[in-house]
Design a protein around this ligand. Structure first.
Ligand code: GAP
Length: 464
């Protein structure tokens, strides 16, 4: 395993840029902090992660439904959810260089945990007691303003033609609200019985005070959420089962178990009764990748109160009416993407030199298999290679044609983007050297570097 440090982070960021995985947003204008663009390889890897998640959370389950809600929501949604009043981070400014810090994160660095529910007065008391130990990360001075609660919701002017900014339509601070807003629609159209779940992948936006660590803390990101609706007080066993299920999903992606750990929240956010995080051992150390939250009846009760619409569930057996409780899983796809890369990234000796290789699970790799003719100036080799390429492309879709440089260089290039197999069409494929080898190809394994000869007729089977 590669050592976790800032050097590993720099290597991953550099590989992402060099090989078309991730680019800084608006790069040609100098970049936009906290926003990233996923390039041709990145979008494939991300789509593969999403597909795996969707399969595990919708197709492999009997009682989960998919959803894709609109991002913009009625302004009242964020009052009901508690975000307009309670979704803030404590912000202070350095009086010397004007850099902004998140006071709770700086307090954490000196061993103090700030409760998310603390008032401005309470957090300032804590901050004052530690001011001598907290340095500005930009200029090193210790001269800060008071901490103030800074709301993280991002405003838009959607539908506001007056430019007065009253009652703004916010961008979503969390993706899950769309699920609560559609609870009644799902009851009416799908007639589900409790317990049932809804799964959704959607964007979230937060005015993060200090976006940092590449994809870890961004201002625009995607969340993959499930909300399981259960009978009141029937949350405990379901919560434990969900925790186990989510842990196993990460293992199914090939993530090493030693790089995962559980962390329970001592200080709960306003909507939570119980919260556990699955943390990953990022290049910067263990930190949150996914939150698993027992939200009890908080969300549906709030939306019922603020909308005036009855959100009770009628039990088909007893005719009893009640508000179901909600168990949530919420993961940031950027954080999972970064974890997958950090886990897969290796530098190792092979054939007398050091290679960089992404040992990605074959179902996640942006390129499933690369095909090349041994020599690109031999028409017979190229023609045969094109035949194999077309056949594999029909089967797998994400197949690369690679005829640049010598075969060794092609292998190294494909190693760097995590391609599990490379297929080479050579003179033996044409049957020129040994008739028995006609229509066989060389197939090279990314992780071992071993090469085998496989008949074209069995190639798809072999790769599957
Ligand atoms: N609906 C619950 C919710 O949003 P959260 O713990 O605030 O809970 C869930 O967020 C997940 O979203 C986190 O575990 C993390 O993976 C991801 N996430 C949160 N803020 C993020 C940010 N600024 N950048 C990237 N991912 C973020």
């Amino acid at each position: 395993m590669m050592e976790r440090n800032s050097e590993l982070m720099e290597k991953i960021v550099s590989l992402c840029k060099r090989r078309g995985f991730v680019f800084q947003g608006s790069e040609i204008y100098g970049g936009l902090a906290g926003v990233f663009d996923f390039g041709p390889r990145g979008v494939e890897l991300m789509n593969n992660i999403k597909q795996s998640w969707w399969k595990a959370n919708v197709y492999d389950k009997e009682n989960y439904f998919g959803l894709d809600s609109g991002m913009f929501k009625h302004p009242k949604v964020w009052d009901a959810s508690g975000h307009t009043s309670g979704f803030s981070d404590p912000l202070a400014e350095c009086k010397n260089c004007n850099a902004r810090i998140r006071v709770d994160k700086e307090l954490e660095k000196v061993g103090v945990t700030a409760d998310e529910k603390m008032s401005e007065v309470e957090i300032n008391k804590l901050f004052d007691s530690k001011r001598e130990e907290i340095k500005c990360p930009n200029c090193g001075q210790k001269n800060f303003s008071e901490a103030r609660a800074f709301n993280l919701l991002v405003k838009s002017n959607l539908g506001d033609f007056t430019s007065q900014g009253t009652d703004p339509v916010y961008l979503p601070g969390e993706a899950c609200q769309g699920i609560y807003l559609n609870f009644k629609n799902i009851l009416n159209t799908m007639s589900p019985k409790l317990p049932f779940g809804v799964a959704q992948i959607n964007k979230a936006f937060r005015n993060e005070i200090s976006p940092r660590n590449f994809l870890f803390r961004t201002r625009e990101f995607e969340q993959a959420d499930t909300q399981l609706f259960v009978k009141p007080n029937e949350n405990k066993a379901a919560y434990e089962a969900i925790k186990e299920d989510r842990w196993n999903w990460y293992l199914s992606l090939g993530i090493k178990e030693e790089n995962l750990r559980w962390s329970q929240h001592e200080n709960l956010v306003f909507y939570c009764k119980e919260a556990w995080d699955i943390e990953y051992n990022y290049p910067t150390g263990f930190d949150e990748m996914e939150g698993i939250h027992d939200r009890s009846d908080y969300d549906l009760t709030q939306h019922m109160k603020h909308s005036g619409v009855d959100l009770n569930y009628t039990d088909p057996e007893t005719n009893e009416k009640y508000i179901p409780w909600i168990l949530e899983t919420s993961m940031g796809l950027g954080r999972v993407f970064l974890a997958v890369l950090a886990d897969a990234y290796h530098e190792e000796e092979m054939d007398g030199s050091t290679r960089t290789v992404l040992k990605l699970h074959k179902d996640l790799a942006p390129v499933r298999v690369a095909v090349s003719p041994l020599l690109k100036n031999k028409p017979q080799l190229v023609e045969k290679a094109r035949e194999v390429f077309t056949m594999l492309k029909k089967e797998f879709g994400n197949v690369a044609w690679d005829d640049n440089g010598n075969v060794g260089k092609r292998y190294r290039r494909q190693d760097e983007i995590g391609t599990p197999h490379c297929v080479v069409i050579d003179f033996e494929t044409l049957g020129e050297e040994d008739a028995k080898l006609k229509d066989t190809v060389t197939i090279r394994n990314r992780d071992t570097g071993e090469q085998e000869r496989v008949h074209i007729d069995t190639l798809v089977e072999y790769l599957k």
